[in-house]
Ligand binder design. Structure first.
Ligand SMILES: CC(C)(COP(=O)(O)O)[C@@H](O)C(=O)NCCC(=O)NCCSC(=O)[C@]1(C)CCC[C@@]2(C)[C@@H]3[C@@H]4C[C@@H]5C[C@]3(C[C@]5(C)O4)[C@H](O)C[C@@H]21
Ligand SMILES: [Mn+2]
Length: 356
């Protein structure tokens, strides 16, 4: 079986447990996110708030050897056929729920400094997204400018916001301006900003998996219909780990709304919602066949494959068989686009993936 070399638009770094306590004064470090292991549940403490997450021993059992070690990770990637990765946080995701301004600002800075010193400065293949404070827009703007200087290529925000902080609102405008001006990608990873287990009845595991997908769609509807992307044509957003098959479909739905309910629409847009989506909205997937099929059937091309390394939902250990299932028989230009081209376009990188 020929090896298909790819880039991954959705991976994760596993931060050391002391990523904040090592870098912050005790009065702040003690309030930073920390995890404790119970029998069946992992207890997460974030600034005094506790979130219990069901622990799967299988989650640890399948953890790739390189999850916590960059050198070993690069060997994992060679084995799996992944050249570059955009790496989101793991524990860093929980920073989005901090509402205390100073704690949010300092824990975000500490995480970004760790990522810059321990990942970005030590290799060229794994590029981490930077965290931003959701507690204060001015702090977020300052951090965008700081991390752009440090060489980050992307920042991320949670898919779900607190009520009254929806992404269509004017309050975010300074941040959209800063991210566009810095030329960074704005990533939204599914399952962030809200409870991930919302239903415990029959089918709960699958229902909850799906429930984390819908807020990614809501990000797109707010940022397109609210005018943010129309006002900032160079701002590119990525909905990570939510699949891509749904993206052109919501473009059609939004066009219909825009036309059939035109008398209610404001702001008016300079382009149809589907045009804005095709130009500025990107999406990643791991296993979905539909994410590849819609490129040919709809012409929506901002589809990017992701390995979700080292998470259970990813492809570690079966990357090549997954890639062959997805791309054998698919036209070369579509395979190239989805496995490498979208990544290189989004992060403005020359193609360095080995050609087998
Ligand atoms: C089986 C039940 C119904 C039983 O209920 P019970 O707990 O006994 O009362 C329930 O436990 C369940 O649904 N368990 C399945 C596992 C799960 O937690 N599902 C959440 C929906 S899926 C999810 O949120 C993904 C997308 C996929 C799982 C990992 C996930 C939570 C990761 C994990 C956690 C955190 C959030 C994160 C990135 C992160 C750093 O790694 C994503 O943002 C989001 C992601
Ligand atoms: Mn992921």
């Amino acid at each position: 079986m020929t090896k298909i070399w790819v880039n991954s638009g959705d991976s994760h770094v596993m931060e050391p447990a002391d990523v904040w306590t090592e870098r912050l004064p005790a009065r702040l470090g003690a309030r930073a996110p920390r995890s404790e292991r119970g029998e069946k549940y992992e207890m997460l403490y974030i600034d005094g708030e506790r979130i219990d997450r069901q622990l799967g021993d299988f989650m640890d059992a399948m953890r790739p050897p390189g999850a916590w070690d960059l050198k070993v990770r690069l060997k994992d990637l060679d084995q799996e056929g992944v050249w570059s990765q955009l790496a989101f946080p793991s524990m860093g995701f929980w920073l989005v729920s901090i509402t205390d301004r100073e704690l949010a600002r300092e824990t975000v800075r500490a995480w970004n400094d760790w990522a810059h010193e321990e990942i970005l400065s030590k290799n060229k293949r794994v590029i981490t997204t930077a965290c931003l404070s959701t507690a204060d827009i001015d702090d977020a703007v300052a951090e965008v400018e700081r991390v752009a200087e440090l060489g980050f290529k992307a920042v991320f925000l949670p898919c779900s916001t607190r009520p009254g902080e929806e992404y269509a609102l004017e309050r975010w405008e300074p941040l959209w301006t800063a991210v566009e001006r810095a030329g960074l990608v704005l990533g939204f990873h599914i399952g962030t900003g809200a409870q991930n287990v919302v239903f415990r009845g029959p089918g709960g595991a699958v229902v909850n998996y799906m429930e984390t997908t819908y807020p990614g769609m809501r990000v797109v509807s707010h940022m397109v219909a609210g005018g943010a992307l129309d006002r900032h044509p160079d701002l590119r957003i990525l909905i990570a780990e939510g699949g891509a098959g749904w993206v052109p479909a919501i473009g059609d739905r939004m066009d219909e709304a825009y036309r059939q309910h035109g008398m209610f629409v404001r702001p008016k847009l300079s382009r149809l919602p589907s045009e804005i989506i095709r130009q500025q909205v990107y999406a990643s997937f791991q296993h979905d066949k539909s994410s590849v099929e819609i490129v040919e059937s709809t012409g929506y091309r901002n589809v990017m494959w992701g390995d979700d390394y080292p998470h259970l939902e990813g492809t570690y250990g079966h990357t090549q068989s997954t890639l062959h299932d997805l791309f054998d028989g698919v036209p070369d230009d579509i395979r190239e686009r989805v496995t490498r081209g979208t990544f290189n376009e989004l992060f403005r990188l020359p193609d360095q993936t080995p050609q087998e």
